[in-house]
Design a protein. Structure first.
Length: 141
């Protein structure tokens, strides 16, 4: 199974901010959309990713304020990406190895979506349910 399968099921919309946005504005946007990370896109180019973890570790624990800090100061620069053709197992390995929960999906230099560990787990569970159903039907024939 590929990343494209997940994007087809969840949609390929992308929520983003610019690096010059305040962290506060980014957090408000994340709250409104009920998401845990935003892509940082400047002039059509992916420059970073901002997650709740970035906020917790780089604002709160360092005594900064979200109103006075720009996204560029705390974002993770040059995030690891995947393509729509990458396999789900590849994504799981990258997420586990690097200890992050979100992967931007890039095709021909253009961001076409983002997947989360939740998306991957949901997809795996659904695939396993299908396999179990097929096996159950086979056994009962």
């Amino acid at each position: 199974m590929s990343v494209a399968t997940i994007l087809k099921a969840k949609g390929s919309y992308v929520f983003s901010v610019t690096s010059k946005s305040t962290v506060y504005d980014a957090l408000v946007f994340m709250s409104q959309k009920n998401i845990g990370a935003l892509l940082v896109i400047d002039d059509g180019k992916l420059t970073g990713i901002l997650s709740e973890r970035d906020y917790a570790r780089k604002i709160i624990l360092k005594g900064k304020t979200s109103h006075d800090t720009l996204v560029e100061e705390i974002m993770t620069e040059s995030p690891i990406t995947v393509s729509p053709d990458d396999e789900i197992d590849t994504c799981m390995n990258k997420m586990s190895e690097k200890k992050f929960r979100h992967l931007p999906v890039v095709e021909n230099g253009v961001v076409v979506g983002m997947i989360s560990i939740g998306d991957v787990v949901t997809h795996i569970i659904e695939t396993q349910k299908e396999v179990i159903g097929h096996l159950h039907n086979y056994i009962n024939q």
